[in-house]
Design a protein around this ligand. Sequence first.
Ligand code: ADP
Ligand code: MG
Length: 686
Amino acid sequence: EFIQALQMPGTIKDKDKKDEVSDDDRKQMSMEETRKSLPIYPFKEDLIAAIREYQVLIIEGETGSGKTTQIPQYLYETGFTKDDKKIGCTQPRRVAAMSVASRVAQEMRFKLGNEVGYSIRFEDCTSERTVLKYMTDGMLLREFLGEPDLSSYSVIIVDEAHERTLHTDILFGLVKDIARFRPDLKLLISSATLDAEKFSEFFDDAPIFRIPGRRFPVDIYYTKAPEADYLDAAVVSVLQIHCSQPEGDILVFLTGQEEIETANEMLQERTKKLGSKIRELMILPIYANLPSDMQSKIFEPTPPGARKVILATNIAETSLTIDGIKYVIDPGFCKQDSYNARTGMESLMVTPVSKASANQRAGRAGRTSAGKCFRLYTAWAYKNELEDNTIPEIQRTNLGNVVLMLKSLGIDDLIHFDFMDPPPHETLVLALEQLYALGALNHRGELTKLGRRMAEFPVDPMLSKMILASERSKYKCCKEILTITAMLSVNNSVFYRPKDKMVHADTARQNFFLPGGDHITLMNVYNQWEETAHSTQWCYENFIQHRSMKRARDVRDQLEGLVERVEIEMTSNPSDTIAIRKAITAGFFYHTARLDKSGNYKTVKHHQTVLVHPNSSLYEDRPRWLIYHELVFTTKEFMRQVVEIENSWLLEVAPHYYKNRELQDGSSKKMPKATGKSREEVTRKY
Ligand code: ADP
Ligand code: MG
């Protein structure tokens, strides 16, 4: 039950809509006309003039005004790509980089990957000919390693700057620096309507170019009482809107792939029950791991009489603009990294969004006509419980990766790096300590030879250390470790578990279990799939997601290329899981947990209570010493992907980090099973 609380005023009223282009009109228009109907179009000449005049320009405009797709094209038309120079445009999300590049290639009638391309981690869709390059912010950061002055670019657009991802924040400091000694380089910082003054201030008072927005009013509704189950509430709201509200598509904001898949199943089920009593409802998911052919479906026009409902992650907040949305359902949550610099524990957590985020979400309903936003929380909660702004990622995440990268760029004094908002001091210190413990830095904080090689890999330092440890004359299991790394990169989407076949799916999964733990199990899945010559049918029969496997194979191929580059010998040792697990330990010795006398797992250094995830192959075994890949906080702190180790290995791989007495162990026997719920009971919940 909803109550209307307020209206977010627009700049346009529905009754003045005459000169506005309606959605239907748009569908009729050619792509060329569509481009001309975008809010940015009338400002093309002014914008180009401003870019010519100033080296750094902040561009602010409503989501959907055409910043991302049009500005690079305007620059291209004006000749900024002459002399073999490129225009680079960064995106915080890989989906956005791919989708936008494909759209722009279409608009310019080029084949994607030729003149217009994109580059995301483990996937390079560019060529010699590429002059408009969309890429994730992390990829541009990597380009500094090979080309510290970015001399092949004439323009760098740091897009979606308001998202303030870790990589974007680091880019700010780096591009500001190179702009000083490259007067020919143009720098555009583009953002939705947020924070423009702050960006301007950081870039030495760079001028702000504002693209006037077009926005229709959006009515905002809140629930009367808090919702116990927001997923269910979201599904119910979709059906209510579908049955009672006039035409217009629905956008639902959820926190991740799992939630989106559950909501998708629930909606399929319930609409099937309603049968022909309702009009057609097309359910379309969008999240980072969705294959690109399915991603592009969200942009296809809704057939007459039908209604689209898009189940999206945060990606639809500002990075992707979907036309025709009239109703937004906002449960008020997103998934965020949270990091405790004291314990070094990092975990993904479902967190309430900020007011700024909630308002961006609501704004998605008013792009082409007046809309409605249903917030699945109370007006009181909005006012009292939501923060004003999202905390920049740099202040709530592990910095190991970027510190290693900055060190490789020769930036040694991190304390005085030009941060827009500096990270907490403890986080920086901890990152340095971790890199020291991994052997990437020496005691003076300088990059070691190992550290330099680690920086070549676009993965977390713990993973790159694990890869480099696998070559050591002792472990000799590089092939296996690459497979494991690739599988971990898609780890939560390997096993398929449809609602109506959960028991079968679980049995199939358990058949892959091997002693040693989840990493070994993942390797087993990959090896078996390879033996079938990458069969789709085999995946289907074993409840394995084929597209995740294909992605793992791509990642693995890329890693193999990198391994060659740093001249690691391709060793293989498939049956020696001790060697494999020691290599894992060499990278992940920070992530160690031990079973204590009372039958609980505690992290070794900081004695935090952690639980084995019910999906793990070691859920019932409960070995005394474990290494976990990551922590996920749902109701408790769960370790996802765990592997059994022996305490003596910790001294072998990290003698400078662990003291003998920390690792003392009264008995070597396994602890009895903890009393309580069985795997089956617990799995259902998470
Ligand atoms: P901004 O960056 O200002 O938010 P964009 O340049 O991303 O705006 O989007 C401008 C318009 O381009 C959108 O309104 C949408 O109609 C269209 N568009 C963007 N991406 C796609 C796509 N992948 N498929 C179809 N249309 C798209
Ligand atoms: Mg954009």
